[in-house]
Ligand binder design. Structure first.
Ligand SMILES: Cc1ncc(COP(=O)(O)O)c(C=O)c1O
Length: 422
């Protein structure tokens, strides 16, 4: 690493107003962690909240649903309201439960018209697989052939999605679009407000997958008049492995008639009436299905309290600074060695996507050297300098390690290894 970059990183760390934040998280020992976009690290607040819940469970058993302060029974509402503050939503527009995939099935079942001349679903061919499986199986369940009912927009030769291609494919038979706020491979952001508006003018509602932006981008979901969204809470919201899925549905679409009904979607005051007929919450909470995991919600609540203290604007500013710094380093040091940056500079989410024909072998050597990136088939290494846990010096170090691996061709022995998990 050229000393001026190391100095520059040290200077940035010294001047960083959020330099204290990474110290609030546990980091795997002797490891450079660049995978916070897969699983965010554990904050001291998340840990304390889980321990508190274990204690309450031990002391109260079932009485915890009503006798903890606040009662477990209200935790979905409470934690959702905290997350609403980070996503620019108003109270009742966000709910939590199950998983992102289940929430997507729920929103499809809720928003897709069961009859009429519009039934197709538009999505990008590079969508995260679970989104594609959910949409295809949903269409099949409604009696539509997924092959002819899925309208797929392809990335262009620059490997990026272009908003005009998406709008062009929204024909008069398309009912819904499922689109990512940040493309999980390339890290490209899409113009959500503009696309939602243009697609609405064509009669199409959009379900956004915010998994790679919730807790990172300063969304204004309510004020941008976004229709609906799902999101992961274990990435930039640091809710822990398997943390609940999230869903957003705009107030203008209330009262919500959930396509899938479960007793936790009931209005709170009626849930224990145990009526035969479903009396839903009317807002996003009507999308809940079964009993939420209070342990999982505890970790998320603890994490989100710290994120809310920092504020989404400050987190986003730090994320942008970190990713721009990493991008500049990569372009100067690694581009001459055959790495190309796929993430467009003006449309960046939280991670940088680096392409190299030997990306898989490179990511294996990185892991052996205790650097945790992730690999996406066939040729992408994702590096996420996340605003909560990464420091500028980590960016300088990861580039230095990659530089060494590339110049010494240390990836060669790993060329034909096919690991199960990366
Ligand atoms: C864009 C996107 N959507 C959905 C998911 C996963 O959903 P689930 O939480 O149901 O496993 C991921 C997981 O990484 C993702 O990246």
């Amino acid at each position: 690493m050229m000393p001026d970059w190391v100095d520059e990183a040290a200077q940035r760390d010294a001047l960083d107003p959020l330099g204290w934040l990474p110290d609030r998280y546990s980091h795997p020992a002797d490891t450079l962690y660049f995978d916070g976009n897969s699983l965010g690290l554990q904050s001291d607040t998340a840990r304390a909240a889980v321990l508190g819940t274990l204690q309450n469970w031990a002391e109260l058993g079932v009485m915890g649903w009503t006798e903890t302060s606040p009662p477990w029974f209200t935790w979905v509402e409470r934690v959702s309201a905290q997350i609403a503050g980070l996503l620019g939503a108003v109270d009742g527009e966000i709910t939590l439960g199950s998983s992102t995939t289940v929430m997507l099935h729920q929103l499809l079942a809720t928003l897709h018209p069961s009859s009429g001349s519009r039934w197709k679903v538009l999505m990008d061919s590079s969508a995260f697989p679970t989104d594609r499986y959910a949409v295809a199986s949903f269409l099949q369940g409604r009696g539509h052939n997924p092959r002819s009912s899925l309208v797929l927009v392809e990335p262009r030769s620059d490997r990026l999605l272009h908003a005009e291609d998406i709008v062009r494919l929204a024909g008069t038979d398309v009912a819904l679009a499922v689109l990512p706020s940040v493309v999980f491979t390339t890290g490209q952001t899409l113009p959500m407000e503009e696309l939602t508006r243009d697609l609405r003018e064509r009669g199409v509602q959009v379900i956004w997958d915010l998994s790679h932006s919730a807790g990172l981008l300063p969304h204004q979901l309510h004020w941008d008049r976004i229709d609906a969204a799902v999101f992961c809470t274990y990435k930039y919201l640091n809710g822990g492995p398997g943390a609940p899925g999230g869903a957003f549905i705009h107030q203008s679409l209330w009262p919500v008639q959930p396509g899938l009904q479960g007793w936790w979607g009931s209005a709170n005051e009626r849930q224990f009436d145990m009526t035969a007929e479903f009396l839903g919450a009317g807002n996003a909470h009507a999308l809940q299905l079964g009993t939420p995991s209070i342990l999982a919600l505890s970790a998320l609540a603890g994490s989100v309290s710290l994120l809310s203290e920092v504020g989404i604007e400050a987190l986003h500013r730090r994320a942008l600074d970190l990713v721009s710094f990493l991008d500049a380093l990569v372009r100067e040091r690694l581009t001459p060695l055959g790495i190309s940056v796929l993430t467009p500079s003006g449309e960046r989410g939280g991670h940088l996507a680096l392409a190299h024909p030997e990306a898989q072998a490179l990511s294996l050597v990185l892991r052996d050297r205790r650097v945790i990136p992730d690999f996406r088939f066939p040729d992408i290494i994702r590096l996420a300098p996340v605003p909560t846990t990464t420091r500028y010096r980590d960016c300088a170090r990861v580039v230095s390690v990659l530089h060494d691996i590339l110049t010494t061709e240390a990836w060669k022995p790993y060329q034909h290894v096919r690991p199960d998990v990366l």
